[in-house]
Design a protein around this ligand. Structure first.
Ligand code: C5P
Length: 235
């Protein structure tokens, strides 16, 4: 399939039927389906199997693991048998945690979450992370790549700076995507899909602007169309 846009739809659904319904509607238009904590904690491996189904899309398991290295290794090993294409860990866990995940799930791209896109500069002060925020993201990105992460999750606002820092071979994944005029919800550092791609993102995570739309399939199609023009080789 060559006409799927580089979008991971966040299937943050309360039940498997809803997730499967959204998945069916959006898969003609997007490359990836994202299973996050809500679905995975409720349904476990069944959530991954049900979302993947026969759809021929990539599965992104967004568990944002954050624990000591041995526990993250065990967790990554436990889900590696589900063959997710992408698995997330928090970069703030430190290099040993990232290395543990990479070694435990060698066939899965480990993507390190730099700073959640719901955090703003004032939050960094509150949680005691040295800013400014773009510096903190760059620092975490460099640390994660040095420890073996092949992907990074950052906001579209920092993607250009991160790309400049880590080079062309690391997959940059950006949540916090909002089409022009869409509600920000709890996201603080947002950009439009086209801005994010132009800044150097490889995969755009989009949830509520698609899944809360009256017709998620039409919403995915509308967001995907201009992106295909930017990434003619998207597969
Ligand atoms: O609905 P919305 O487009 O805001 O969905 C964003 C998705 O991206 C959610 O599933 C959220 O868990 C995820 N995410 C994020 N910020 C990160 C990493 C992942 O919002 N840094």
């Amino acid at each position: 399939m060559t006409d799927r846009a580089p979008i991971a739809v966040a299937l943050d659904a309360p039940d498997l039927d809803t997730a499967a319904y959204w998945a069916d509607l959006v898969t003609p238009h997007v490359s990836t389906l994202k299973v996050g904590l809500e679905l995975y904690l409720r349904f476990g491996p069944e959530a991954v199997a049900s979302v993947r189904g026969p759809r021929g899309v990539d599965v992104f398991l967004d568990l944002k693991l954050h624990d000591i290295p041995a526990t993250v290794a065990g967790a990554a090993r436990a889900v590696a048998r589900l063959h997710p294409d992408v698995l997330t860990v928090h970069a703030a866990g430190g290099p040993d945690v990232i290395r543990a995940a990479v070694e435990a799930a060698p066939s899965t791209m480990i993507a390190a979450v730099t700073l959640l896109t719901s955090l703003g500069p004032a939050d960094l002060d509150r949680i005691g992370v040295t800013g400014p925020l773009p510096d903190a993201v760059r620092r975490l990105a460099v640390l994660a790549v040095a420890a073996g992460a092949r992907g990074l999750v950052c906001s579209p606002r920092e993607v250009a700076a991160v790309r400049a820092e880590v080079g062309p071979d690391v997959t940059l994944i950006t949540p916090g995507i909002r089409p022009p005029g869409a509600a920000a919800h709890d996201q603080a550092r947002t950009a439009t899909p086209e801005e994010a791609l132009r800044a150097g993102a490889d995969l755009l995570v989009i949830g509520r602007p698609i899944t809360s739309a009256p017709d998620p399939g039409a919403a995915a199609a509308a967001i995907a169309a201009p992106l295909r023009r930017l990434t003619p080789a998207a597969g």
